[in-house]
Design a binder for this molecule. Structure first.
Ligand code: MG
Length: 220
């Protein structure tokens, strides 16, 4: 991967929770609730192949077939969304995020936000998101979510830029893996729940204390 200067970057795509806003969501608690629901439908959650929550819900729904699967999918997604909305009420953007986005746009760098969270929860934390960024793709706006490459490809396509001229910034190994899959330059940030080692092991080229430090980074 070639090193590029910030001024030559055409677009920066950010993850949301843990990258631009505080993470308040209690993922272990949701996992327990969803696992309980899976057991109620007669399936052993330890026998499933998917690891991530949303993909796990889809896998179970497919096993259950159309009728029970649709019912399960609605109930499980309801549990997730309820927790996401609840968490959003106690969360806020990190200081300097809106200024960062505005400065990047002043530099003619396009800005996107791609998240596995639902639109309603993100809008509660950042109501002006759709006016202030060039593309916002929450979970409910796409068919496949990251680490599936379609999620970032969708964002790049709306921005009209190539992965090789774009940076992906995220707090989780999923973000870093996703960036590699579409040829974007992967930048990790330490404002979420992952350590520098976890982000580097996933393939992060640089790890910054926070997204706001992007402005002090002239060479990628
Ligand atoms: Mg995150």
């Amino acid at each position: 991967m070639k090193k590029i200067k910030l001024k030559d970057v055409e677009g920066i795509v950010f993850d949301f929770d843990g990258t631009l806003a505080e993470i308040k969501i209690d993922f272990p608690a949701i996992y327990i609730k969803v696992h309980e629901l899976i057991k109620e439908y007669g399936i052993d959650p330890t026998k499933l192949k998917e690891v991530y929550l949303i993909e796990l819900i889809t896998e179970v729904a497919e096993i259950l077939g159309v009728e029970a699967g649709t019912k399960f999918h609605g109930a499980a997604t309801g549990l997730v969304v309820t927790e996401e909305i609840l968490s959003a009420k106690g969360s806020s953007l990190f200081e300097g995020v809106r200024e960062l986005i505005s400065k990047l746009k002043d530099m003619s760098i396009k800005v996107g936000i791609v998240t596995r969270n639902c639109a309603d929860a993100v809008l509660m934390v950042y109501p002006e998101i759709e006016q202030e960024v060039d593309v916002f793709l929450p979970r409910d706006a796409v068919k496949f979510i990251k680490p599936n490459p379609q999620h970032l490809k969708g964002a790049l396509s709306v921005l009209g830029i190539d992965g090789g001229r774009a940076v992906m910034v995220g707090d989780h190994p999923i973000d870093i893996i996703s960036a590699h899959r579409v040829g974007m330059f992967p930048v990790g940030v330490l404002t979420g729940n992952s350590t520098e080692a976890e982000l580097t092991d996933a393939g992060a080229k640089i790890v910054l204390p926070s997204a706001m430090d992007l402005l002090n980074q002239y060479y990628f």
